[in-house]
Design a protein around this ligand. Structure first.
Ligand SMILES: [Zn+2]
Ligand SMILES: [Zn+2]
Length: 444
């Protein structure tokens, strides 16, 4: 009798311990998180140069009791909080801002200018909301450190540099993120946007965004006098034909209904009207959701480019170089479905919605590709009133990367902390074996 009562009490308290964060818990850390937000927003730093940003976050995390290592993969930081047996869960924020001139007119708007890597004078702005992600991570860190009786395991918080240049995640992994520090059983991140009002989050099970590939093509011809075309091989004509044929990939080769974008964003050739140049260069961006569609498109680009050059009798095969690329962020479907309920418990059932995949890209995929199941979700950033007005007028609010991007900080930051704590507590109350069973389906 006594034993069964004890067991019941234990299971009841386990449920209570795994409960949603309260508004009171968030209130206690909000002032600190908000102050960090304002400071970071006024003092943004470009990708791979986030020295002050990383130092500020590191100092605060140390004060909250985390074991902090700096300079991981450049300016990256790793903060670990050990709390007994249990899974290791990673939460990631980015550190970097963008070369954008802020035009929000906010009292805390950035006036920062700096030299970029090419020594050009550029403005700097947190136009992607990474300052909000850092502030939310700090608030979450403090809540988790103050409530160690509500979870067990290891919490790994990371500040990742250079997300905007798609190099920071890879840099941290190369510098031993998953060997020098506990390798997580799940990696979590969020991103703020104006696609959703503040106070809400959205979840996308499966593929979250697109694969992105940047391709540079150099077509070689034979230079000569513009009046003597029979003595030359004109690379401009080859390029023109190539561009048109490339546009048949999505319209003629890819199965209707599949997401596929092939854009030729630039073409450079020639110097003067009466000279046939000896080469033409063009730059492409390719966006896809499915790996097989991506493979099909990349192969088609190579085949078409080579064939058009051969058809024109080009003296050399074109050079085709994939110089940048990132894979789609994949949300483990079982994990995403499961984490909806703690989010709903914390924010309210009507505040958690399912969303379609989006086309911008992200390097969070590098963590997932190391065999770490990922949960990447969206945080509403729009002022709810302005969002409703825009919707009624059939317009949209300024997107991320816009000089006018201005999230409704107060509710968005509170919701960000609430959501992160809810997700982390749920994961850090799940036995490792159960997490592994849950996330056993491999990425397609
Ligand atoms: Zn961005
Ligand atoms: Zn971003």
């Amino acid at each position: 009798m006594i034993r069964s009562k004890l067991l019941l009490l234990a299971s009841l308290s386990a449920v209570a311990l795994a409960q949603a964060p309260t508004a009171k818990e968030i209130e206690k850390v909000f002032t600190d998180a908000h102050a960090l937000y304002l400071d970071l927003h006024e003092n943004p730093e470009l990708s791979a140069h986030e020295t002050q940003t990383a130092a500020k976050l590191a100092t605060r995390l140390r004060t909250s009791g985390y074991d902090v290592t700096e300079h991981v993969g450049g300016t990256g930081i790793v903060a670990v909080l050990r709390n007994g047996e249990g899974p290791a869960i990673m939460l990631r924020t980015e550190l970097d801002a963008l070369p954008v001139e802020e035009k929000t007119g906010l009292p805390y708007a950035s006036k920062v200018r700096t030299k970029d890597d090419a020594e050009r004078d550029v403005p700097v702005m947190h136009a992607c909301g990474h300052d909000l992600h850092m502030a939310a991570l700090l608030g979450t860190a403090e809540v988790m450190a103050r409530s160690k009786d509500t979870w067990h395991g290891t919490l790994v918080l990371i500040g990742q540099p250079a997300e905007e240049t798609i190099s920071g995640a890879e840099g941290m992994i190369r510098d031993g993120l998953f060997t020098r520090f506990p390798k997580p059983d799940v990696a979590v991140a969020l991103h703020v946007s104006n696609d959703l009002p503040a106070g809400m989050v959205s979840v996308t099970p499966g593929i979250y965004n697109t694969n992105s590939d940047s391709i540079r093509i150099t077509i070689y011809g034979k230079g000569g006098h513009g009046a003597l075309p029979h003595t030359a091989v004109d690379p401009i004509v080859i390029a023109a034909r190539t561009i048109l044929t490339l546009q048949t990939i999505t319209s003629r080769e890819i199965k209707p209904g599949e997401t596929a974008v092939v854009t030729v964003g630039y073409i450079h050739a020639g110097t003067k009207n009466n000279i046939i140049p000896d080469r033409a260069e063009m730059g492409l961006t390719v966006r896809t959701f499915k790996p097989e569609v991506r493979k099909q498109i990349l192969a088609a680009i190579t085949r078409i480019t080579k064939a058009e050059a051969a058809a024109a009798g080009a003296p050399r095969e074109p050079a085709i170089e994939r110089y940048e690329g990132t894979d789609a962020v994949y949300n483990d479907p079982a994990l995403a479905q499961r984490l909806r309920s703690p989010l709903e418990a914390a924010l309210g059932k009507d505040k958690v919605v399912l969303a379609e995949p989006i086309t911008p890209s992200e390097d969070f995929s590098y963590f997932v590709e190391q065999g770490v199941p990922g949960f990447y979700f969206s945080l509403g950033g729009a002022d709810p009133e302005k969002f409703a007005q825009a919707k009624a007028a059939g317009t949209t609010l300024p997107s991320n990367h816009s000089p006018l991007f201005a999230p409704d900080v107060d509710p968005a930051l509170r919701t960000g902390i609430m959501a992160e704590v809810a997700v982390l507590r749920n994961l850090l109350n799940t036995p490792v074996e159960d997490l592994r069973k849950l996330t056993a389906t491999p990425q397609p």
